[in-house]
Design a protein around this ligand. Sequence first.
Ligand SMILES: *[C@@H]1O[C@H](CO)[C@@H](O)[C@H](O)[C@H]1NC(C)=O
Ligand SMILES: CC(=O)N[C@H]1CO[C@H](CO)[C@@H](O)[C@@H]1O
Ligand SMILES: [Cu+2]
Ligand SMILES: [Zn+2]
Length: 155
Amino acid sequence: MRRRVAVLRGDGSVYGDVYLEQENESSPVVISGIILGLQPGPHGFHIHEFGDNSNGYSSVGPHFNPLHKSHGAPTDENRHMGDLGNVTANVEGTAKFKFTDSQVTLFGPHSVFARSIVIHEKKDDLGKGGYGSSTTTGNAGAGIAYGVIGIGSRI
Ligand SMILES: *[C@@H]1O[C@H](CO)[C@@H](O)[C@H](O)[C@H]1NC(C)=O
Ligand SMILES: CC(=O)N[C@H]1CO[C@H](CO)[C@@H](O)[C@@H]1O
Ligand SMILES: [Cu+2]
Ligand SMILES: [Zn+2]
């Protein structure tokens, strides 16, 4: 079992914790967490390439995309590995979630360990919004909280 954790912070009031757990390299990764301080509604949720927030959201790089694909929905075959779709905040601005993903892994050369998790100000249109940035970022706007995927405690 590998357990990783990302502590999300930004310049504003949004913060949260995201957990990634995977039994072994052939089992799906389970992604869960809670993010607070959001505007109600869907927010783009991705793994970005770099575990570097020395310059805030500007330094986390593009969506993690080791297989050189296009932006898409988590259920698409043609998607960035880091494309996790949206998480949705309730009227209180809290998004609580738990889902599995078939492409993200904590093992091998494409491991997402030490990369960044980002939540965005706007919804991810899953590549289908028709904006210039739909096919690269889902037109999700700026990242409002982000954190490096690090080593979690073993419980
Ligand atoms: C991987 O973990 C799954 C449970 O998630 C288990 O069914 C499977 O046997 C394990 N595979 C290996 C190679 O250990
Ligand atoms: C509004 C919208 O596009 N919501 C999508 C956000 O991502 C999730 C997870 O992939 C989808 O289920 C939603 O349809
Ligand atoms: Cu993103
Ligand atoms: Zn993407």
